[in-house]
Write a protein that binds this ligand. Structure first.
Ligand code: NDP
Length: 799
């Protein structure tokens, strides 16, 4: 028998198991076979369509879940549709009360949920008990608040409708909460599919919804594999898709839903850098690393899986890290003294083992602790790779396991280059005692979340989501609410209106005269690239006809090479994003000033091109000037936020520009639509490549003369005229563009959505006519949001 004195000598942990009794009772009460929760009812499990639930820490079967069919999905979507009307029209206070009640139920059943999650997923009870489930409850409380204040805080927005949600296995209940809480707070109804590996907590949650009185059909849980998920997300009755999982499946979803008009948010993979500068507090950094890569066995989308260490401290950091790794405890996840639990499934374990072998084969140095993992169940030891080349597979591919790859850097600039040397951009962690350096680095890293001297901190009040191929859309906070809302009045309903300008009886004749005078000397406008007029690569031009079919000019016949040059010029104009918002506003005001000086010329061109009468043409020019003023005004007012998270940390939300945006303009309101999109995008610090209206390109080519005289730096606005569908396709497929906006026919929208999948760029498309004439907050706010992506920077404080 072990004596107390022996324990004091060895300081060995004794077993501290959490009881599985409650969870086993719950499983037994359901005969360990589960139906699905559809329209407030439970389906009966069908023995020949079940999926085994395996406890990854024992490799033993603990239950079975139903394998959802297309009929089940139909029924769930129909139930959600039926519930939508009353749920969305219910007063916010009524939804808030129900969600508050649900949050209370989650807290009351926290122990059951935590144990169940651990048995199903393999993650340590310490994490489910102290992190996952408390955050789940917090999410419902926070969003009950959004339901309460929606009418006053988000006026002019309506819920999207029925939402299809697919969540992965790494944080089964937490990801469910991130998806369901904002969706139902906003008044949507949902159908959610958890992963086939980890569905139990979602089913327990469905029972809590029932208990809390959430009306039937508001929350529907269907179970099954990826095939069931596929049927759900492709279902025509779904208005919005919210997905978390691999980039590969994210791509598939974009491909199959292209042109469907479904609103999409994707939270995909990551390969997040964990950067340690030589002035960092090394012991804190070591604990940070443990949390970054061994939390949840490294199966975390934002895991700090790439350790970047400043060269001078690398050996010392590795030495201390190895010593710490030697002390980590892998084992029964229900044991309260265990640090690292089991890998979710055999298939995932095999995947990790394969990538680790590849890392060794490519020459990296592997280190693992001297002790062995349990042999029963799916365990993998904490693993450190050093001497990893930045291009190595293990430095680029998401391993999704407890494997850390380390690289060194010498200067802050090199750290940033290494950190951004990935197709992902989900998160980053920066360690330095110099807050100036840490904040500077935070601004330069392309990631949706940056933690300073901390890592893996989450809260419902702060948005979470990625840049680049880590997906788009945010979960949490105000920005997360917008993912489940749509602005009223964005699209034109009925006759579009502009207040006609007073034009005088003979003004049509005057404008016609101006147009004639302006084209008295033959002029073939060229493309506008990098602040210069550029002859189209083809050397050809194309005829432009007026409203009665007469020839009114020619423009360049642009091709893929022109688009490539334009993207290069836009990328080179990155200094624009670094200018102060005040300076950008001055430039946008200056464009307005110069456009106003040529008001009659532009009205003449509009009248000649589109056939609108003089009053309407002048009104469109005036509205364009107004729009420039609006976005110049917003330039230094579209602020971020300081979130109220329950930590001793300042959580700063910045609205950063997207980068380079490709803009495919509509034919309607050719000046106003172009100016509206351009002004919004550049006011927020983006550079743009514009494909103007194919029917009325002369408005765009006239505009570059205005840009030339308005101090717009070269490359900030680039214009390529020509065959719109071909140019849009090249733009959408270009790998160095961050977002594409396309307002065109359903066919062209579908084409661009498909073409854009390569680098998963953010898309804003519509085949419906936008209400360009409206200066309403709905349109303006939508453009501001589409022009930016939110970065959350967490900086803890405390002596
Ligand atoms: P998947 O992307 O395949 O799975 C995520 C979710 O999508 C699961 O619920 C899955 O269902 C479902 N799914 C799978 N295929 C489809 C489809 N065609 N249509 C709709 N839904 C689908 O990830 P994996 O589980 O295969 O993990 C592979 C890798 O993905 C990991 O190693 C990791 O790199 C990454 N990953 C990233 C996550 C993140 O949080 N960003 C989370 C999970 C994985 P089911 O599980 O039932 O098959």
């Amino acid at each position: 028998m072990t004596k107390v004195a022996d324990i004091l000598t060895t300081m060995e942990y004794g077993p501290a198991p959490e009881s599985a009794k409650l969870a086993n009772q719950w499983l037994d009460a359901h005969s360990r076979a589960f139906g699905m929760y559809i329209g407030g009812q439970w389906t009966t499990p069908t023995p020949d369509r079940m999926i085994d639930v395996i406890n990854p820490s024992t490799a033993k079967r603990i239950a079975a879940i139903s394998h959802g069919t297309a009929d089940n999905v139909d029924a769930a979507v129909a139930a959600a549709r039926k519930a939508f009307k009353s749920w969305s029209q219910m007063p916010g206070h009524a939804r808030a009360k129900l969600m508050y009640g649900l949050a209370r139920k989650i807290q009351k059943h926290a122990r059951l949920l935590a144990v169940l999650e651990t048995m199903d997923n393999g993650k340590p009870i310490r994490e489910t008990r102290d992190i996952d489930i408390p955050l789940v409850a917090r999410h419902f409380y926070h969003h009950a608040g959004w339901a309460q204040v929606m009418d006053t805080e988000l006026p002019g927005y309506t819920p999207v409708g029925v939402v299809g949600q697919v969540v992965p296995w790494n944080f089964p209940l937490l990801m469910l909460a991130w998806k369901i809480a904002p969706a139902i707070a906003a008044g949507n109804t949902i159908v959610l599919k958890p992963s086939k590996w980890t569905s139990l907590s979602a089913l327990a949650f469905a029972e809590l919804c029932d208990d809390a009185g959430i009306p039937p059909g508001v929350v529907n849980i269907i179970t099954g594999d990826g095939g069931t998920g596929d049927i759900l997300l492709q279902h025509p009755g779904i208005d919005k898709i919210a997905f978390t999982g691999s980039t590969e499946v994210g791509r598939h979803i974009r491909n199959v839903t292209a042109g469907s008009g479904k609103k999409l948010s994707l939270e995909l993979g990551g390969k997040s850098p964990f950067i340690v500068f030589e002035d960092a507090d090394l012991d804190s950094a070591i604990e940070g690393i443990v949390d970054a890569i061994w939390f949840n066995q490294g199966q975390v989308c934002c895991a700090g899986s790439r350790l970047l260490v400043q060269e001078g401290i690398a050996e010392e950091l590795y030495r201390r890290l190895r010593a710490r790794m030697e002390k980590l405890r892998v084992g029964d996840p229900l044991d309260k003294a265990v640090d690292i639990g089991a890998i979710v499934a055999k298939a995932q374990l095999v995947e990790i083992e394969t990538l680790v072998r590849q890392g060794q084969a490519e020459g990296a140095i592997l280190w693992q602790p001297s002790w062995a993992c349990p042999t029963e169940g799916f365990f993998y030891p904490p693993t450190l790779f050093t001497e990893v080349a930045p291009s190595a597979t293990i430095a680029q591919v998401e391993i999704f396991g407890p494997v850390l790859v380390a690289m060194t850097f010498r200067t802050p600039a090199e750290a940033i280059a290494l950190a951004n040397n990935t197709r992902y951009g989900l998160a980053a962690s920066v360690w330095s005692e110099d807050i100036n350096l840490a904040l500077d680095i935070s601004g330069k890293i392309k990631a949706g979340v940056v933690w300073i001297n901390s890592t893996n901190v989450f809260d419902a009040a702060a948005g979470f989501g990625g840049y680049r191929e880590s997906g788009y859309g945010r979960e949490g906070g105000r920005e997360g609410m917008f993912e489940y809302l749509k602005p009223r009045g964005l699209y034109s309903e009925g006759a579009p209106a502009l207040v006609p300008a007073a034009s005088g009886a003979n003004s049509r004749a005057v404008l016609a005269g101006v147009a004639r005078l302006n084209s008295a000397i033959d002029r073939t406008p060229k493309n506008y690239i990098g602040g210069r007029q550029a002859r189209p690569d083809s050397g050809y031009s194309r005829a432009v006809r007026g409203s009665s079919g007469e020839l009114i000019g020619e423009v360049g016949d642009g091709n893929r090479k022109d688009i490539r040059n334009a993207v290069e010029a836009a990328r080179a104009a990155s200094g624009w994003a670094e200018q102060t918002a005040h300076n950008r506003a001055q430039v946008v005001y200056y464009i307005a000033e110069n456009l106003a000086a040529r008001r009659v010329d532009f009205a003449a061109r509009l009248s000649q091109s589109t056939g609108v009468d003089a009053g309407d043409a002048l009104a469109e020019v005036d509205a364009s000037i107004d729009r420039l003023f609006t976005f110049a005004a917003w330039s230094d007012k579209y602020d971020g936020a300081v979130h109220r998270t329950p930590y001793r940390a300042i959580t700063l939300a910045f609205n950063e520009p997207m980068g380079v945006i490709g803009v495919v303009c509509p034919d309607e309101r050719p000046l106003l639509s172009l100016v509206t999109l351009m002004a919004g995008a550049i006011a927020m610090g983006n550079a743009i490549v514009v494909v103007p209206s194919e029917a009325h390109p002369l408005l765009a080519t006239d505009l570059y003369q205005v840009l030339d005289t308005s101090d717009v730096p070269g490359g900030v606005v680039n214009l390529v005229t020509g065959p719109r569908a071909d140019l849009a396709n090249v733009l959408a497929a270009h790998m160095d563009i961050d977002a594409v906006w396309c307002f065109a026919t359903p066919e062209l929208v579908t084409l661009t959505e498909r073409a854009s999948i390569g680098n998963m760029k953010r898309m804003w498309t519509s085949s419906k006519r936008l209400h360009w004439e409206s200066g309403d907050a709905g349109l303006i706010q939508e453009i501001l949001r589409q022009s930016t992506q939110v970065k959350n920077v967490w900086a803890p404080y405390g002596a």
